[in-house]
Design a protein around this ligand. Structure first.
Ligand SMILES: [Zn+2]
Ligand SMILES: [Zn+2]
Length: 98
């Protein structure tokens, strides 16, 4: 999804609902694999832009396990589609979500 975000002055929008950020309420950058995997998540570009609601709201990715899992599985799948094995993924992230 691409849409113009006035705060970052570039094309960014919420991964789930498509909302763009504003100078008052910028989008958040969410690490698909957080915690101890935050650094590797960063290094591999496994981050998404999310609006406040979809990030930390009551149905946001940090509270809704289904949404969290959906993102993790999508990014793991993409990683494997690039030619990496599941074992490789497991070594990097400590487990597999697929
Ligand atoms: Zn959103
Ligand atoms: Zn987050």
């Amino acid at each position: 999804m691409t849409c113009y975000d006035e705060y970052y002055d570039e094309y960014r929008c919420c991964e789930f609902c498509g909302k763009t950020g504003t100078s008052r309420v910028p989008l958040h950058r969410h690490h698909v694999f957080g915690g101890s995997n935050r650094k590797i998540s960063d290094r591999l570009g496994m981050v998404v832009d999310l609006c406040h609601e979809c990030h930390e709201g009551k149905d946001g990715v940090h509270r809704n396990r289904a949404k969290d899992l959906e993102l993790k599985q999508r990014f793991q799948q993409e990683y494997e589609d690039e030619g990496h094995s599941r074992e490789e993924f497991r070594l990097l992230f400590g487990k597999s979500w697929l």
